[in-house]
Design a binder for this molecule. Structure first.
Ligand code: ADP
Ligand code: MG
Length: 237
């Protein structure tokens, strides 16, 4: 990739839930190879925006382009095939399966070399020693890493993560930051929804602030953190 080319672009993307406009005419674009953080107060529309990008939700208006292709009419599976993966806000691991069995689930639909990908993913997520452990036995941090691992098995070009470190200890948060940075070093592009500003500072250069369904500010992390209007709406100051 060229490094500065746009991999994801939404155009006037809009989602109405009855009378409520959760995402309101959003033009959101991400360059290939970026780690973009998406922040904003509760109810700003962050999760809805991610779900529109993955096809979990159909837009009321607007379009989504990925790698130059118009995705707007494609279902979620087709979007995954084009190289988009997601870890949702609510946990999606299979509690009754082992770590390794969980990692096998997304691989069922692919022709990837399962043994190689499993070994790589277990190593990457630092879960090799837990391969045979039931998912229900994992700590919160391990579960989140497993879920990121499940998305990673598909070797996506773009990874969407919704609050990947919510409820984590400092050490668990550091592990996830290291995992994201290592995948980024291998060329993966990220959009990460997160409240933890310390974490945002560690992984991201550019930040987009969403408020009431609209892009409120966009820029380098230092600028966003220093912005009084952002502090007012986001930090409640
Ligand atoms: P965030 O992730 O930024 O906290 P969400 O995208 O979850 O915000 O929600 C944005 C707004 O849309 C909120 O007001 C929320 O209550 C509303 N909303 C989200 N999903 C639905 C839904 N399925 N039905 C109705 N309203 C929804
Ligand atoms: Mg959310």
């Amino acid at each position: 990739g060229g490094g500065t080319s746009t991999i994801l672009a939404t155009k006037q993307l809009t989602k109405n839930f009855g009378g409520l406009t959760a995402v309101d005419g959003v033009d959101f674009s991400v360059a290939e190879g970026e780690i973009r953080c998406l922040i904003g107060p509760n109810g700003a529309g962050k999760s809805t925006l991610l779900e529109l990008i993955t096809g979990q939700l159909a837009p009321s208006d607007g379009a989504i382009y990925f790698d130059g292709e118009d995705l707007t009419g494609l279902d979620t599976h087709k979007r995954i095939d084009t190289g988009i993966s997601v870890k949702f806000q609510s946990p999606h691991v299979y509690e009754n399966l082992t770590v390794e069995e969980n990692l096998r689930v997304p691989l069922q639909r692919t022709d990837r070399d399962v043994d190689r990908v499993l070994a790589e993913t277990l190593d990457r997520t630092a879960l090799s020693e837990k391969a045979e452990t039931g998912a229900s036995e994992l700590s919160h941090g391990e579960k989140q890493r497993l879920e990121i691992g499940m998305a990673v098995t598909l070797d996506p070009k773009l990874m969407l993560l919704d609050e990947p470190v919510a409820g984590m200890s400092v050490d668990e948060t550091d592990d996830v930051a290291d995992l994201i940075r290592s995948l980024h070093d291998d060329g993966m592009t990220f959009v990460v929804v997160e409240h933890d500003m310390e974490f945002v500072r560690r992984i991201s250069e550019r930040v987009t602030v969403l408020n009431q369904g609209e892009i409120f500010r966009q820029g380098p992390i230092e600028e966003i953190e220093a912005d009084e209007d952002v502090r007012r709406i986001y930090l409640g100051e």
